[in-house]
Design a protein around this ligand. Structure first.
Ligand SMILES: O=C[C@H](O)COP(=O)(O)O
Length: 219
């Protein structure tokens, strides 16, 4: 199985993709370790600050030693140059808030999973031209689960992961899965600024267990 397939499998079986960025690399590593200890095996670190590239590089070195079986991707990638830099730094997969042909090309060259962001049926159609297996529906809370129910018959077999505003709540997660998604992206509702700034690792551990459980119940 290629790495691309293994990452996709990991996201599908986990049913949720945690995502975050934090300026401090050591805190970022501890956040990742906390989620790993709760059972998470695939995480998206986001390109939301100037430290993102060096952080990803140093975190990846430690993950390779301390956290076997963890896939660490990079999100908020909008250009081919960014994609190249983060793949060089060790990113296992690439996520975008948009669909970009240069990013798709880089992912293809390295045979890595690319998860582009789409908000309209036309964008989904464009993403499919790049053989995209999994599409991020973004911003998910603006579109809502009804968007997925309305368009999924137009794109048979296409996998969707709504991201943006997904709540750590049984009803919200269940509604997304009922609409037909295969996983949900979870950022600030799981890894809040408060958790990051105040190093609330045990809260994050418990919330991660809760998120994993809610997703399994909803699948
Ligand atoms: O692309 C990622 C989203 O901005 C995450 O949104 P969220 O923090 O509401 O989960």
């Amino acid at each position: 199985m290629s790495k691309k397939e293994k990452v996709l499998d990991a996201i599908l079986s986990q049913g949720m993709l945690p995502l975050f960025f934090y300026e401090d690399a050591e805190v970022s590593l501890e956040i990742i370790r906390t989620m790993y200890n709760a059972g998470v095996r695939v995480i998206e670190y986001t390109n939301r600050g100037i430290e993102a590239l060096s952080n990803l590089y140093s975190i990846k070195q430690r993950v390779s030693v301390d956290m076997p079986g963890l896939y660490l991707g990079i999100g908020t990638i909008k250009t081919g140059l960014e994609a190249e830099a983060f793949v060089d730094a060790g990113a296992d997969f690439i996520v975008s808030p948009i669909i970009d042909s240069e990013v798709a090309l880089v992912a293809n060259n390295y045979d890595l999973l690319y998860i582009p962001g789409c908000m309209t049926p036309t964008e989904i159609h464009v993403a499919q031209q790049y053989n995209t297996r999994l599409i991020k529906i973004f911003p998910a809370n603006i579109l809502g689960p009804a968007f997925i129910s309305s368009i999924r018959e137009l794109f048979p077999g296409q996998l969707f992961i709504p991201t943006g505003g997904v709540e750590l709540e049984a009803a919200n997660i269940a509604e997304w899965f009922r609409a037909g998604v295969c996983a949900v992206g979870m950022g600030s509702k799981l890894i809040s600024r408060n958790v990051l700034d105040n190093r609330l690792y045990s809260q994050l551990y418990n919330d991660t267990l809760k998120a994993l459980e809610l997703v399994q119940l909803s699948k």
